[in-house]
Design a protein around this ligand. Structure first.
Ligand code: ASP
Length: 349
């Protein structure tokens, strides 16, 4: 919040104030609101990215970020902006969340999502949800309407019914592209399992292309509150009710007005063990370093040394945004008050 400018407006006549007040971006002042989103990080092949495909991704990312931005501009809170942006990405077959979610080993979809509010430190998360149309809406309902933080499987769906959320058949999330990815993954797994005589060891050899695609959003609103949310189908060919980092508060999602809001995407097992989202915020708080430095250190040093691929989007209460990733690409977009939306995919953009 820019209190100085607000005070000026009340103490001077508006005409006099306008004559010398520069625009937010021109004066490089702290923005009152901002938003960043991601559509997953991973092995995004530049050669296979046709101009048409690229346009499709960019347009969807821009639609989502602009929707969140428009809400924030009108005075909506960061929670509303995060939910609206994520729901656009959940509704798109391009991303591994909602429609377009990856397949489990058994050929269906198990969805995970979470949200956290930086002012109240309230949080809601769901895992292994199969028929709730918008997992992020259910995570929000858990945060707002339940006494718990995390619900899973059938219990989560039962709660969704009580909350009158929209239900769909699991097939609603199907896409041919992800189905083919499952077939490829299973073929590779079968071959490796024969070689190694161990399913788990075989699974560890699956390429990164099978591990990414989550969506997420972080936003700052005019009240100075930051929120983070994440939604995903998880990992292709996951088994035994596997849960990734996305619904785990502190790993895939974290928000605290005192430090930052983070949504992660990448190889979830590493993000859980290195509690990536919370670690970035803790570094800011305890080391007094910038958002960019904290996010860079965790993504490009800690995770790289550990062997964990992926990235994060992060925002602080001053509207600073950081979007580091250590994979080939990360679908991402951001928009800061008074500026145009920017979308990017590869590292050199
Ligand atoms: N982090 C997610 C998971 O491990 C996957 C992703 O980001 O694409 O479930």
């Amino acid at each position: 919040m820019n209190i100085t400018i607000k005070t000026l407006f009340t103490s001077l006549s508006i005409g006099a104030a306008l004559s010398f007040l520069p625009t937010t971006s021109a004066a490089n002042q702290q923005p009152e609101f901002a938003i960043a989103i991601h559509g997953g990080a991973g092995t995004i092949n530049r050669e296979k990215m046709t101009p048409e495909k690229r346009k499709q991704y960019e347009n969807k990312l821009l639609e989502a970020v602009n929707k969140g931005y428009a809400l924030l501009e009108k005075g909506a809170d960061s929670q509303q902006a995060v939910i609206a942006a994520i729901q656009i990405l959940e509704g798109s077959p391009l991303f591994n969340a909602g429609v377009g979610a990856v397949y489990t080993f058994d050929g269906d979809h198990e969805l995970d999502a979470s949200i956290m509010h930086g002012k109240t430190l309230n949080a809601g998360a769901v895992s292994g949800v199969k028929t709730v149309k918008s997992p992020i809406a259910l995570a929000e309902a858990v945060m707002e309407k339940s006494v718990h933080v995390m619900l899973s499987g059938e219990g989560a769906e039962q709660f969704a019914k009580q909350q009158a959320l929209e239900f769909v058949d699991n097939k609603y999330f199907d896409t041919e592209f992800r189905y083919k990815a499952l077939q490829r993954a299973k073929k590779k797994l079968a071959k490796k399992e024969r070689e190694l005589k161990d399913f788990q060891a075989a699974h560890a050899t699956l390429d990164n292309e099978f591990k990414f695609g989550t969506v997420g959003a972080v936003a700052l609103d005019k009240s100075g509150d930051i929120v983070a949310g994440t939604s995903t189908g998880g990992m292709t060919a996951k088994r035994y009710g596997r849960v990734g980092d996305s619904p785990i508060i502190g790993a895939g999602t974290y928000a605290n007005n005192q430090s930052c809001a983070v949504s992660a995407t990448g190889h979830g097992e590493y993000f859980i063990r290195y509690h990536v989202a919370a670690d970035i915020c803790a570094r800011m708080k305890y080391q007094g370093i910038s958002l960019q430095e904290a996010a860079d250190t965790v993504v490009n040093k800690v995770l790289v040394e550990a062997g964990g691929d992926g990235g994060v989007i992060a925002i602080d209460a001053k509207g600073n945004i950081a979007m580091p990733f250590n994979s080939k690409g990360m679908y991402r977009a951001s928009r800061v008050q008074g500026e145009k939306a920017k979308a990017a995919i590869f590292a050199d953009e």
